[in-house]
Design a protein around this ligand. Structure first.
Ligand SMILES: *Cc1c(COP(=O)(O)O)cnc(C)c1O
Length: 428
């Protein structure tokens, strides 16, 4: 595969932009190799600057549930652009998208739009703190909630402890209110509540997608709900990734546990920068200008972004079989991978939630970040590079989730499995 233009573009970008990218994962650091510079997208495909075509299992890290250049989303954006790019004043489109989402999510009674998932989570946390009058928060090792200071904390050893920052530039003082617990381990959460009487909220990806795909068990979430109620803490579901990806009505509909606040992003922008947080009416009433918890954004609820989100969510809502169809395809892909891996005696763990899929080169079931870290990342890197060379674009880290879009057909999935089978033979 000729990637000369990507090589040159990457070299140039590295001189101008740190690492050559505007979001670190794009640099392919964990798998090595040259990130492809993209010329365009078309349905299931990414086309790079050398004209190579790839079946895209990343889909902009989730947002593009209908694939690239979906006609209805594209037309909605073009139409919106003709009316003006931004007004800094309310538009009816904001209420229309709010109404749609509130109608679909049981736990969302009021919602506010922002411009990224990071902003959504950061604001939801501030709201939870303002509402409860408490400072401490609980997060889980391996869950990602955007890059705001207080949430950039992981555990070195999976031990439950007050957090230390995982990035230079984050003062330890800023993370001293962040307590860490282990995913799918309720005892670790109980320990947090023992350690602190002042926990404002527990934030969790109910279907974790940022340590690879690792869903929380129903029992764990039910216990979490009980603990939060017992201690007067709020439960926040971070569904920036899983929202409108795993199913229509949110993780609460497949797990049976209802959160107090939900954060959304990715799909609700249909490819444009949109985030949102919403939940109980009495909690949301604490948000400025109704209440005292300040939160604002010059481009929040941007009309072009709202148009893309509206077109995307309307199309999702009109398509009752959507998640069933996407899940069947995701399962076909993962079952094909599992079978091929078994044939070559490669240990592989797979899972699927709606249009989200994940596979770990790992000997045993992955229930938390410590388990995920036992995966064979060197083997993943070889798999990634070889698949890319064959024209299949997978996320460039063992600890990311894959996405099916409607534009990815059964035939493409069969071709992907055939290629994976051959490559498993080479990397066993
Ligand atoms: C992507 C993501 C975020 C951050 O969203 P950005 O739009 O990248 O700021 C937060 N939480 C989860 C669960 C995510 O997957």
């Amino acid at each position: 595969m000729n990637i000369e233009h990507s090589v040159n573009a990457f070299e140039k970008a590295q001189n101008l932009i740190p690492g050559g990218v505007n979001s670190p994962v794009r640099a392919f650091k964990s798998v090595g190799g040259i990130p492809r510079f993209i010329q365009s997208g078309e349905g299931a495909y990414l086309i790079d600057v050398d004209g190579n075509r790839y079946v895209d299992y990343v889909q902009s890290w989730g947002p593009l549930i209908f694939g690239h250049r979906d006609e209805s989303i594209e037309n909605a954006v073009i139409e919106a652009v003709k009316h003006g790019l931004s007004f800094g004043a309310p538009t009816e489109a904001e209420s229309e998208l709010a109404e749609l989402i509130i109608d679909i999510y049981d736990s969302i009674e009021k919602i506010r739009f922002v411009s990224s998932g990071t902003e959504a989570v950061m604001s939801a946390i501030r709201l939870a703190r303002g509402f409860t009058g408490r400072d401490d928060i609980v997060k889980f090792t391996g869950c990602y909630h955007g890059h705001s200071d207080a949430l950039l904390v992981q555990a070195g050893s999976g031990a439950v402890t007050f957090g230390t920052p995982s990035s230079p530039g984050v003062p330890a003082d800023f993370t001293k209110h962040t307590l860490l617990a282990e995913y799918n381990n309720i005892e670790s959460v109980k320990k947090c509540f023992q350690d602190s009487p002042g926990i404002a909220c527990v934030i969790i990806e109910p279907i974790a997608g940022n340590m690879g795909l690792v869903p929380a068990t129903k029992d764990f979430l039910a216990e979490l709900r009980k603990l939060c109620d017992k201690h007067g803490a709020l439960l926040i579901f971070d569904e920036v990734m899983s929202g409108f990806r795993a199913c229509l009505h949110g993780a609460e509909s497949i797990t049976g546990t209802k959160p107090d606040l939900v954060t959304l992003g990715k799909v609700i922008g249909g490819g444009m920068p949109v985030g949102a947080f919403g939940g109980r009416r009495d909690i949301m009433a604490h948000l400025s200008p109704e209440g005292g918890v300040y939160q604002a954004g010059t481009l929040s609820g941007n009309p072009v972004a709202m148009a893309a989100g509206l077109a995307s969510i309307r199309k999702i809502k009109a398509n009752a079989r959507l998640y069933g169809v996407l899940e069947e395809r995701a399962k076909r892909l993962m079952e094909g991978f599992a079978k091929a891996a078994a044939k070559h005696a490669i240990p592989l763990q797979t899972d699927v939630r709606g249009s989200m899929f994940g596979f770990f080169f790992n000997c045993s079931h992955v229930a938390n970040f410590a388990d995920a870290l036992k995966s064979d990342t060197a083997r993943f890197a070889r798999f990634h590079a070889a698949m890319l060379d064959e024209g299949f674009y997978f996320a460039c880290s063992q600890f990311e989730t894959g996405f099916i879009a409607t534009a990815i057909t059964d035939t493409m999935i069969e071709e992907t499995i055939t290629a994976a089978d051959r490559i498993f033979g080479e990397i066993k």
